[in-house]
Design a protein around this ligand. Structure first.
Ligand code: ZN
Length: 142
């Protein structure tokens, strides 16, 4: 290793696929958005080509509350990338938003052993790199 720095390497940025680009653009504005089917109004996340309810293709992106509850979670005990080595163990939660859609994100501000299914959480925005802001969740008062 030629790098003598003790600082952690930068975290890898999310891979931005074309269909998810509007999500990451909104994240830079600290806005959480999901797709809404223009035919039947049902919400979908992550972006999908077809609506599960009506098989419609057209969708728009709409803001959601950023409030939800822990639907499920896992505790990461091993860093899959050196940038996360100092953070293990940490929690990745599947959050069910008040609007009914679910997304996976890191759950912060609480030790992993205190996380419970159903606990209320809210989004916050972590600027991990220039032009890259990722959603994370933390506990909130019910
Ligand atoms: Zn639909």
């Amino acid at each position: 290793m030629s790098d003598t720095s003790t600082a952690a390497p930068p975290k890898p940025s999310p891979v931005v696929t074309p269909d998810m680009a509007p999500f990451w653009a909104a994240a830079r504005r600290h806005e959480l958005v999901v797709q809404r089917c223009t035919a039947c109004g049902s919400l979908r996340f992550p972006a999908r080509e077809l609506c599960r309810q009506c098989l419609g293709r057209e969708a728009v992106w709409q803001p959601v509350s950023g409030r939800g509850k822990v639907f499920s979670f896992v505790v990461m005990h091993r860093a899959n990338h050196p940038a996360f080595a100092a953070e293990v163990p940490y929690t990745v939660a599947l959050v069910e938003l008040e609007e009914g859609v679910r997304l996976a994100a890191q759950l912060t501000d609480i030790p992993p052993q205190k996380v419970t299914i159903g606990m209320p959480v809210e989004v916050w925005w972590d600027p991990v790199a220039a032009e890259v802001v990722v959603p994370r969740f933390r506990p909130r008062q019910p």
